[in-house]
Design a protein around this ligand. Structure first.
Ligand code: UDP
Length: 494
C-alpha cells in the first residue's frame, strides 16, 4: 500500500522488441511493476496484442493498473507478408533485413501514439534493439531505461570484449580468456555474439547504434537476481554508474497455472494432457528438451537430438519447432518409427509448449535447452540442472555461466554459434553421443549428479526469495521506482 501512495502519479511505458524472448519478459515485468503500484502501459502490435491480451486482461481484472496499447506494425511497407510481426513468424531468415526496416518504420508510429498519451509517461522501458527510442524519449523529455533480456554476466563479458578488443588478436577457433571477469572464462571467437563474431557480424552499424543507445540510457533493468551473478552485477554496476536494477526472475510473476499455460503463445498441446502425461512419471525422471522460439535446427541435427535423447533411456518431452526443414523432419519421424518406438516414454510437442508449466512439474528432472536467457532463468527458478545446447546470440555465454560458474549444467559439445534463423554447418553438428552423454550426466543419481541437483535446487529457492517482499529483486523494483519518482518530482519543480 505504501508503494501505491508513493507512486500515485507514476506511469511507465514498456516497449518490447517483437520476438517472444523479448515480449514475454516485458509482460512479466509489467505485472511486477504494476504490483508495486505503478501505472503500466505496454505497446504491442496486433499479433502480440492477441497473444498477450488474455494474460494482461486477467492481471487488470485482478486490480493491477496495467493495460495494453495497440500500434500498427508496418509489415507491408517493409516487404513482409501481412501478419508477419514477430521474429518467430518470419518465413525465412532472408527476410530479416525487411524485419529491421519495419522496426525502423515503427518509430513514427510509436511517436504518434506517445503524443496522444495523457499523462506523458514518467519513464519508458524500451528494448535496446529499438535504438530510435532514444530520440523518441528525448522529444518528449522522458527518462529511458533499457532492457535487453540478457544477464549481467553477458553484459560484462560483452563490455570487456568491447573495451579490450582481445577477440581481434586471436585465431577463430583458439580459446582465449576474457579479461576482467571474476572467473576464468574462455571462449573461441566463433562462439561469440554478432558484434564480436567474424562469421556473424552482419548489420554492424545497427549493432553499434544499439550499443551506444544502451550506453547512453538512464539505466538498465536486468532480468536476473543479484545473488545469482554476484561479482558480475557489481562490476556491471560500476560500468553503468550504479544505475542497474536486477528485478528478475521475471517468469516468477506468472504464479498461476493459467498464466503459465498461456505464456507467450497459444500452446500446441492441451496443458491438462501435458500434466496428465507428467503426473504418471516418477519425480525427477523426465528430461524436457526445447530449443526456444527462434532456433531452427537442420533435419540431420534434429535426428541426432532425438536419437541422443532416446539412447539416454529417460522419459522425455521433445518440442519440435523446426522451420524450413520441418517436412523432412516429420518424414523421418514417421519413416524411422521414432514416435511409435518411443510411445511409452516420449511426448512430442509440435509447435509451442507450455514451458514454465512443464518445468514446474515435479516429474521433470532436467532441461535440455539452447540456453536462451529466459529459458536458462526458468530452469534456475524450477531448481533444475541443465543440458546445454547453445546455438546463437549470447547463448554460448549463458552456457558458460551455467556450466562453469553456477555448476548446474553439462554441455552437449556445441562449438560454433550460428546466425539467428540459420542451421549449423554439417561439420558443426552436435552428435547423438554428445547429447546422450550430457543427458546421462545430468540425470545421474551418483555423487556428481546429486551435487549438481542440490546446487540447482538451492538456486531455485534463492530465485523465489529474491522476488518476495524484502528480497533483492523486490527491493530493486522499489529502488527503480523511487529513482524515477525523484526524477519526476525534479521535473515538476523545474
Ligand atoms: N517458450 C515457450 N514454449 C516454447 C518455446 C519457448 O513457452 O515452446 C518460451 C520460454 O519459456 C521462454 C521464451 O519462450 O520464456 C524463449 O526465450 P529464450 O530467451 O529462452 O529463447 P529465444 O526464444 O529468445 O531464443
Amino acid at each position: 500500500m505504501a508503494a501505491i501512495e508513493k507512486t500515485e502519479q507514476l506511469s511507465f511505458l514498456l516497449i518490447p522488441l517483437m520476438a517472444p524472448g523479448h515480449v514475454i519478459p516485458m509482460i512479466d515485468m509489467a505485472k511486477m511493476l504494476a504490483r508495486h503500484g505503478v501505472n503500466v502501459t505496454i505497446m504491442l502490435t496486433p499479433l502480440n496484442f492477441n497473444r498477450f491480451s488474455s494474460v494482461v486482461n486477467r492481471a487488470a481484472m485482478s486490480g493491477l493498473p496495467i493495460r495494453l496499447l495497440q500500434i500498427r506494425f508496418p509489415s507491408q511497407e517493409a516487404g513482409l507478408p501481412a501478419g508477419c510481426e514477430s521474429a518467430d513468424t518470419l518465413p525465412s531468415y532472408q527476410l530479416i533485413q525487411n524485419f529491421f526496416v519495419a522496426i525502423k518504420l515503427l518509430q513514427a508510429i510509436v511517436e504518434e501514439k506517445m503524443e496522444e498519451m495523457n499523462p506523458i509517461p514518467s519513464c519508458v522501458i524500451f528494448d535496446k534493439h529499438l535504438p530510435w527510442m532514444a530520440e523518441a524519449c528525448q522529444k518528449f523529455g522522458i527518462p529511458r531505461v533499457s532492457f535487453d533480456g540478457m544477464s549481467s554476466f553477458t553484459q560484462l563479458v560483452m563490455h570487456n570484449l568491447y573495451v579490450s578488443k582481445i577477440h581481434q588478436t586471436v585465431p577463430e577457433t583458439v580459446p582465449f580468456l576474457v579479461p576482467g571477469l571474476p572467473h576464468e572464462i574462455e571462449f573461441t571467437k566463433l562462439q561469440l555474439p554478432g558484434l564480436f563474431n567474424p562469421r556473424i557480424n552482419d548489420f554492424p552499424e545497427f549493432r553499434e547504434q544499439v550499443r551506444l543507445t544502451e550506453a547512453e540510457a538512464y539505466g538498465v533493468v536486468v532480468n536476473s537476481f543479484e545473488e545469482l551473478e554476484k561479482g558480475y552485477v557489481d562490476e556491471f554496476k560500476k560500468i553503468r554508474g550504479g544505475k542497474v536494477w536486477c528485478i528478475g526472475p521475471l517468469s516468477l510473476s506468472s504464479d498461476d497455472n493459467l498464466d503459465r499455460a498461456e505464456r507467450g503463445n497459444q500452446a500446441s498441446i492441451d496443458a491438462a494432457q501435458c500434466l496428465k502425461w507428467l503426473d504418471i512419471r516418477p519425480p525427477g525422471s523426465v528430461i524436457y528438451a526445447c530449443l526456444g522460439s527462434l532456433a531452427r535446427i537442420s533435419a540431420p541435427q534434429f535426428l541426432e537430438l532425438a536419437l541422443g535423447l532416446e539412447a539416454s533411456n529417460h522419459p522425455f518431452i521433445l518440442v519440435v519447432n523446426t522451420g524450413s526443414e520441418s517436412e523432412e523432419i516429420e518424414k523421418w519421424i514417421s519413416e524411422d518409427g521414432f514416435e511409435e518406438r518411443n510411445r511409452e516414454r516420449c511426448l512430442l510437442v509440435r509447435g509451442w509448449a507450455p514451458q514454465v508449466l512443464i518445468l514446474s512439474h515435479p516429474a521433470v528432472g532436467g532441461f535440455l535447452s539452447h540456453c536462451g536467457w529466459n529459458s536458462t532463468l526458468e530452469s534456475i527458478c524450477a531448481g533444475l540442472p541443465m543440458v546445454t545446447f547453445p546455438l546463437f546470440g549470447e547463448q554460448f555465454l549463458n552456457e558458460k555461466l551455467v556450466v562453469q560458474v553456477l555448476k548446474t549444467g553439462v554441455g552437449v559439445g556445441a562449438r560454433v554459434s550460428v546466425h539467428l534463423g540459420q542451421t549449423q554447418r554439417p561439420e558443426d553438428k552436435v552428435t547423438r553421443d554428445g547429447i546422450q552423454a550430457a543427458v546421462e550426466m545430468v540425470m545421474d543419481q551418483g555423487e556428481e549428479g546429486c551435487e549438481r541437483r542440490r546446487v540447482a535446487q538451492e538456486l531455485g529457492k534463492m530465485a523465489k526469495r529474491s522476488v518476495e517482499e524484502g528480497g533483492s529483486s523486490c527491493l530493486n523494483i522499489e529502488l527503480l521506482i523511487e529513482d524515477i519518482a525523484k526524477l519526476a518530482k525534479q521535473k515538476k519543480s523545474s
